[in-house]
Design a protein around this ligand. Structure first.
Ligand code: C2E
Ligand code: MG
Ligand code: MG
Length: 746
C-alpha cells in the first residue's frame, strides 16, 4: 500500500492536470475509507479513536474541496481554514488519547523534548510562512487568525508525534505508519502554507501529492494487525533511539535560530511574537537541561541503591551487610561493645517453594523480612544475603548473653504463622550466633562465616533452634572439608577397599553369604570409618561412583571365592546401597553390568537398603527396586527397627530379608523387652515370608537365644570380624573347625 501510494503520488506530480489530480485525490480518499471499514471489522481498533479518525478524514477532505474552489471567495476560504483547524484539533485529541494510553516511563523528559520540537516548528513556520503571508496576500484577519491557530495546532501535532516516537514503548508498525501518514499530511499543509504565503508558487500537482500518499500510508496503518494495540500500553523498548531524538531536538533549536538571524522583524507585532516564542523556547530548554541533569543523578543514585539492596525485600544485600559489619567492628574496637551477627536460614524453604510455588515463596521471604525487622531493635541491621538466608547485625550488644537473648527473640518471631495469599504458612528458622570477641581482631567476613557455621550446627541439631559459634565448630568443619576433598580422589587413588563379613546359617553353622563393607585407608595410613565417610559421600553425591565400584568389586570377590572353592557356589553377596544410588537413573544398568561381568547369578546378590529409602522420595526407590527384583536381585532392609518405616510401606516394597539391628541383638540374651522386640520382628518377617539375619552377634548366648527365637541367619564379631578378601579362605576354614556349632542348636 505504501508503494502504491508512492506510485500514485509520483503519477500525481507527473501529470499537471487538475482533473487527474482531483480524480487521484478522490480515489485515495475512497481507498482510505474502504481500508477503515475493513480495519473496523477485522482488527477492531480501540473504539475511542473512530470519532477522531472520521472527523480528521471528513474535515480534511471537506477543507480541501472548499479551499480548492475555482473562484474562492473570502467566506469559502474562511470555511476551508476552519475545517483545517478542526482537522488539526481532532488530530491533537486523537494523538493525546494514544500517547496517554501507550504511556512512557520518562514522561517529563519526552514531554520536554517534544515541547522544544513544537516551539521550534512553530517559530520557523511563523517567520518563514505565516508572518509574510500577512503582508503579501492581504487576507482578512479572520483567515489569518484561523491559519495561525491551525499552525499552532499543527505544532502540537508535531509535539505529540515526537512524543509518540520518542516514548520508550516499542513502536509497532501501525504507530510508525500512522506517524508517517500524519507527517505527510503536515508536509501537504506546509506546501499549502508556502503557497498562501506568496513567496513561491507551488503547482497543485506538487502541492497535493503528499495528501494522496498520506491516505495510502494511513490505510496501510489501519490495515496492519498491530492497529488493534494502538492504544494498549506498549512493551518497553530495550534500546532507546537517543541519537535520533538528539538530532531532532537540536534541529528544532538550530533551524529557528538560523531563521531569526537571517530575517529582520517586519513589524512590532512580529517582534513581539518572535520575542515571546524565543523566550518560551529558551525557558523550555533550560528546564529540560536541569531536568536531564537531575534524572541522571537520580538514576545513578538508584543504580547504587539497587547494587546494594536486595530487589525482593529491599533489605541490604551481602556487600552492604559486610560494609555495615566493618563499620561496627571498627567502632566497637575501643568500646565495651561486642557486635553480634545472627545468621538466619529459613528451614525447609525449598519445600515451601516447591509445594506452594515461587510467588508464594517470595511472599514468605518478604514476610520473614518484615518479621525480622520488627523483632530486632531499631539500631540493628537486617540484611538478606542469599535466597533464604538473612543476617541480623546488632552492634549494640555487650555480651554473649545479650546476643543469645536477641537470637531467642528472633526465633520467637517465627512462632506465629506468616499470612500469605494462599493462607497461613508456618515457617521456622535455624539461627547461628557469632559474637565478636573482645580485643581480638576479626574481619567482617570471618564473623559472618562463623555465624554461618553455627547456623549449620543449628540445622543439624534438628532445626528451629539457635546455636552459638565456638572454635571447635570450625575445626570440625575444616576436617569435614578435608575428608570431602580427599574422598573425591579416593577412588582413583585406589584408597578404597572392601572387607567382608561372613553370614552364617544358624541351624547349619555354614557360611551362606557375605556382607561387603567399605574401608578407606588414607594416604597417611589412617583408616576412616564408613560411618564417617559414607554420609559425606552421600551428601556430596560421590556415593554414586563409589557405590558402583563396590558392587562390581564385591561380586568379583564372590566369583573368585566360588571359583577357588573358598565358599559354596550358591553363597550370596550383600552390598550396602544408599538412597542416592537408587535415585540414579543408571542404577539398574550398573547392577546388571556388575552381574554380567562377574558372572554371578542375580539371586546371589542382596542389596541392603535402610528404612530411609521408603521415606524420602519412595516412588523412585520403589520403581528402581521393583525393576531389580524382577530380574531376581533380592532386597534386604538393613538396621531394621531403627528407622520410621510403616508396615504398609514394608508390604508395598519388594523386600525379601530383614536384618535385625544390633541394638536389639545386644540385649536379646539378658533383657526381656529386647527379646520381645526381637521375637515380634521375627514373627512379623516370618508371616510376611521374609528371611531374617541378626546383625552384630557378639556372644554365644545371643546366638543361642536368636536360634531359639527362630532367627535364620546371623553375622557379627562372634562369628567373624569383617576381613580382607585374601583372608576369607582362612576365616572360613577356622569357622568350619569350630566344633561347638551343634551346641547352639540345643
Ligand atoms: P551396616 O550395613 O549395618 O554394617 C554393619 C556394621 O556393623 C559394619 O560396620 C560392621 O563392621 C559392624 N559390625 C558387624 N558385626 C559387628 C558386631 O558384632 N559388633 C559391632 N559392634 N559391630 C559389628 P562398618 O563396616 O563400620 O559399616 C558401617 C556402616 O557403613 C554400614 O552399616 C553401612 O550402613 C555403611 N557402609 C559400609 N560399607 C558400605 C558401602 O559399600 N556402601 C554403602 N552405601 N554403605 C556402606
Ligand atoms: Mg549392611
Ligand atoms: Mg546394619
Amino acid at each position: 500500500m505504501v508503494l502504491a501510494g508512492a506510485l500514485l503520488a509520483v503519477v500525481h506530480m507527473a501529470i499537471p492536470s487538475a482533473t487527474v489530480s482531483d480524480a487521484l485525490y478522490l480515489a485515495s480518499t475512497v481507498f482510505f475509507g474502504v481500508a477503515l471499514l475493513i480495519s473496523a471489522t477485522i482488527h477492531k481498533p480501540d473504539r475511542r479513536i473512530w470519532p477522531v479518525v472520521l472527523v480528521v478524514a471528513l474535515c480534511s477532505v471537506a477543507g480541501q474541496v472548499a479551499g480548492n474552489n475555482t473562484a474562492p471567495n473570502e467566506s469559502m476560504r474562511a470555511v476551508s481554514e476552519l475545517l483545517f483547524f478542526a482537522t488539526q484539533l481532532a488530530l491533537v485529541i486523537g494523538l493525546l488519547v494514544v500517547v496517554k494510553r501507550r504511556g512512557t516511563h520518562e514522561v517529563s523528559s519526552v514531554l520536554g523534548d517534544s515541547v522544544i520540537v513544537a516551539i521550534g516548528v512553530w517559530l520557523t513556520v511563523w517567520i518563514s510562512l505565516l508572518q509574510p503571508s500577512l503582508d503579501v496576500t492581504g487576507e482578512t484577519s479572520t483567515v489569518t487568525i484561523l491559519r495561525g491557530m491551525t499552525t499552532g495546532a499543527s505544532a502540537v501535532v508535531v509535539l505529540l508525534l515526537a512524543y509518540l516516537l520518542f516514548a520508550d514503548a516499542v513502536r509497532t508498525p501501525a504507530v510508525t505508519l500512522l506517524s508517517a501518514a500524519i507527517g505527510l499530511s503536515l508536509l501537504g499543509d506546509l506546501l499549502y502554507a508556502i503557497n498562501t504565503s506568496g513567496h513561491v508558487e507551488i503547482a497543485q500537482h506538487f502541492a497535493y501529492a503528499p495528501y494522496v500518499m498520506c491516505y495510502f500510508v494511513g490505510a496501510a496503518a489501519f490495515m496492519h494487525p498491530s492497529i488493534s494495540q494502538l492504544t494498549d500500553h506498549g512493551t518497553i523498548r530495550s534500546s532507546h533511539n537517543l541519537l535520533g531524538r538528539l538530532v531532532v531536538t537540536t534541529s528544532a533549536l538550530v533551524v529557528p535560530v538560523i531563521f531569526l538571524s537571517v530575517t529582520n522583524p517586519e513589524s512590532t507585532s512580529d517582534r513581539v511574537v518572535r520575542t515571546i516564542s524565543i523566550a518560551v523556547l529558551a525557558t523550555t530548554v533550560m528546564f529540560r537541561v536541569v531536568q536531564a541533569v537531575r534524572s541522571n543523578a537520580a538514576s545513578q543514585a538508584a543504580l547504587v541503591r539497587t547494587a546494594k539492596t536486595d530487589a525482593l525485600t529491599g533489605l541490604p544485600n551481602r556487600p552492604l551487610v559486610i560494609e555495615y559489619l566493618a563499620e561496627a567492628l571498627q567502632s566497637a574496637w575501643k568500646s565495651s561493645r561486642r557486635p553480634t551477627v545472627l545468621f538466619i536460614d529459613v528451614d525447609r524453604f525449598k519445600a515451601i517453594n516447591d509445594s506452594l510455588g515461587h510467588a508464594t515463596g517470595d511472599d514468605v521471604l518478604m514476610s520473614v523480612a518484615s518479621r525480622l525487622r520488627n523483632a530486632v531493635p531499631d539500631r540493628a541491621i537486617v540484611g538478606r544475603i542469599a535466597g533464604d538466608e538473612f543476617v541480623v547485625l546488632d552492634s549494640g550488644t555487650h555480651s554473649v548473653a545479650d546476643a543469645m537473648m536477641l537470637a531467642d527473640h528472633v526465633l520467637n518471631a517465627f512462632k506465629e504463622p506468616l499470612a500469605v495469599d494462599q493462607g497461613d504458612v508456618f515457617v521456622s528458622a535455624s539461627i547461628g550466633v557469632a559474637v565478636a570477641s573482645k580485643g581480638q581482631m576479626i574481619t567482617p567476613d570471618e564473623l559472618l562465616r562463623n555465624a554461618d557455621t553455627a547456623m549449620y550446627r543449628a540445622k543439624h541439631a534438628g532445626r528451629n533452634c539457635v546455636a552459638l559459634f565456638d572454635e571447635s565448630m570450625l575445626e570440625r568443619v575444616t576436617q569435614r572439608l578435608a575428608v570431602e576433598t580427599a574422598l573425591y580422589r579416593a577412588l582413583e587413588r585406589e584408597e578404597l577397599e572392601l572387607f567382608h563379613q561372613p553370614i552364617i546359617d544358624i541351624t547349619l553353622g555354614d557360611v551362606v553369604g557375605f556382607e561387603a563393607l567399605m574401608r578407606w585407608e588414607r594416604e597417611d595410613g589412617t583408616m576412616v570409618s564408613p560411618a564417617e565417610f559414607i554420609p559425606i559421600a552421600e551428601e556430596t553425591g560421590t556415593i554414586v561412583p563409589i557405590g558402583a565400584w563396590a558392587l562390581l568389586e564385591a561380586l568379583s570377590h564372590l566369583r573368585g571365592w566360588i571359583d577357588d572353592g573358598v565358599c559354596s557356589k550358591d553363597a550370596t553377596m550383600s552390598v550396602n546401597v544408599s538412597p542416592k544410588q537408587l535415585h540414579d537413573p543408571n542404577f539398574f544398568a550398573i547392577v546388571n553390568e556388575a552381574l554380567m561381568r562377574s558372572r554371578v547369578r542375580a539371586d546371589q546378590l542382596w542389596l541392603e537398603v535402610t528404612e530411609s529409602v521408603m521415606i524420602t522420595e519412595p516412588e523412585i526407590a520403589l520403581a528402581s527396586l521393583t525393576k531389580l527384583s524382577e530380574i531376581g536381585v533380592r532386597v534386604a532392609i538393613d538396621d531394621f527397627g531403627t528407622g520410621y518405616s510403616s508396615l504398609s510401606l514394608l508390604q508395598k516394597f519388594p523386600i525379601h530379608r530383614i536384618k535385625i539391628d544390633r541394638s536389639f541383638v545386644s540385649g536379646v540374651a539378658d533383657d526381656s523387652s529386647a527379646r520381645s522386640l526381637a521375637r515380634t520382628i521375627l514373627a512379623m518377617s516370618s508371616s510376611l515370608g521374609m528371611d531374617t539375619v541378626a546383625e552384630g552377634v557378639e556372644s554365644l548366648r545371643q546366638l543361642q537365644t536368636l536360634s531359639a527365637l527362630g532367627c535364620a541367619k546371623a553375622q557379627g564379631f562372634l562369628i567373624s570380624h569383617p576381613v580382607p578378601v585374601h583372608a576369607m579362605r582362612a576365616t572360613i576354614a577356622a569357622l568350619n573347625d569350630i566344633s561347638n556349632w551343634p551346641q547352639i542348636r540345643r
